[in-house]
Ligand binder design. Structure first.
Ligand code: SAH
Length: 366
């Protein structure tokens, strides 16, 4: 039986170099191939014109350069774009582009579903199907770049955040090469600090990431006390707040001066009182950090409500007074279910899910 072809999108530069050396070629073929794939956005090996005909033929025998099929593109009234990509016969994932005045942020998925089951997240509610491959992760950037007309000179995407579906650090070995390609000059060439990994707190992998990749880190904290965080982020029972923040401290120390983003979803009556804000500031005293408050986004079947604007404002002011940079994340793309925590990709369920969501949003507005 013939082996399945190797998708070159699964390899970062180092791994591609090994591949070419094993083929009896020089290492620099790796950066040449990457320039074609990511720089020129060309997927046909026959068009790699600085490769000899025989090299192209032998590559074609065992390799492919493939991105998932684009199933749909939805554009929000605020300009946010959501793409649905078919990764296999039964699974699809979502990628979201959020244009702002001076930047364009791409929100990338790392898994189909998620294992962590945070009680306020639609992806968690959907269950876990499988990890994405490196190719499926980096292809989200490729497809977005291609759809947006992003080039190395005309950069529509300036930041990438691993805040789509899934827990990126639970899929570490496939996410890491994708992070490398994002930041490689022969890949997408994003600056280190503009590539952010967001985690619910998988401590051993935060420590590993600290060694392996110079990227920005965002922590989904959501609560200043363990008993409350246990309810919202069940992973806290394994790695509690102290363990998590110790690991954050080591991360910042190593990266010198880089601030960690603390994500805090604001849920009405749960975690949005002044006492929570004071306790949070106390916790963050030791860690160079900034707080990003995320108004909870509702989804079908979930009982939580978004905090009142006054509660968010009050919380923000307390944090600011204690000297922490605090921003409120604007809800973007909620009319196309593209906001934080609303991504649910699996296209088998698509119609039912989106109609349910519309119903719920109408209720919320009313
Ligand atoms: N697994 C990663 C990436 C998840 S999504 C992580 O936990 O960090 C990015 C952010 O959206 C996380 O902070 C997550 O907690 C938050 N989020 C999830 N569901 C949400 C919802 N319904 N409303 C607002 N934010 C939500």
């Amino acid at each position: 039986m013939k082996n399945a072809p190797i998708n070159l999108l699964n390899f970062d530069r180092e791994a591609l170099e090994v591949l070419f050396v094993e083929m009896g070629e020089k290492k620099f073929r790796a950066s040449q191939a990457m320039k074609w794939i990511y720089g020129e956005q060309i997927l046909d090996i026959n068009l790699f014109t600085n490769f000899s005909k025989s090299l192209r033929e032998s590559l074609n025998e065992s390799c492919v350069v493939e991105v998932p099929e684009l199933l749909s593109e939805q554009v929000s009234k605020d300009g946010t774009i959501k793409w649905l990509l078919k990764v296999d016969a039964v699974n699809a994932v979502e990628t979201v582009y959020i244009p702002e005045k001076n930047r364009g942020t791409l929100c990338v998925s790392s898994q189909v579903g998620c294992t962590l089951n945070c009680t306020f997240c639609a992806t968690g509610a959907q269950g876990f199907n499988r990890h994405l491959t490196t190719a499926e992760i980096i292809a989200q950037v490729w497809v977005a770049a291609n759809q947006l007309g992003h080039t190395l000179n005309e950069r529509k995407i300036t930041n990438v955040v691993m805040m789509g579906m899934g827990e990126p650090l639970a899929n570490y070995n496939r996410v890491l090469p994708a992070l490398n390609i994002m930041r490689d000059d022969f890949g997408f060439g994003f600056a280190n600090r503009r590539v952010t990994v967001s985690t619910a707190g998988l401590v051993p992998y935060i420590d590993k990431l600290n060694q392996d990749a110079d990227v920005s880190l965002a922590i989904s904290l959501h609560a200043p006390y363990d008993d409350l965080r246990n309810q919202l982020v069940p992973l806290n029972k394994k790695y509690n707040i102290k363990t998590l923040l110790d690991s954050c401290k080591a991360f910042v120390k190593n990266k010198r001066k880089a601030r960690i983003t603390i994500e805090y979803t604001m849920i009405d009556g749960m975690n949005d009182k002044p006492e929570h804000a004071h306790a949070l500031c106390q916790l963050l005293k030791q860690i160079p950090s900034k707080i990003n408050l995320i108004p909870f986004n509702p989804f079908p079947g979930n009982q939580f409500k978004q905090s009142k604007p006054e509660a968010i404002e009050r919380f923000k002011n307390i944090c600011m007074k204690s000297g922490l940079i605090t921003t409120v994340r604007k809800t973007r793309g909620d009319d196309i279910a593209a906001a934080c925590g609303q991504l649910a990709g699996d296209f088998m369920d698509r119609t039912r899910r989106s109609s349910e969501l519309k119903k719920l949003q109408l209720e919320v507005v009313a």
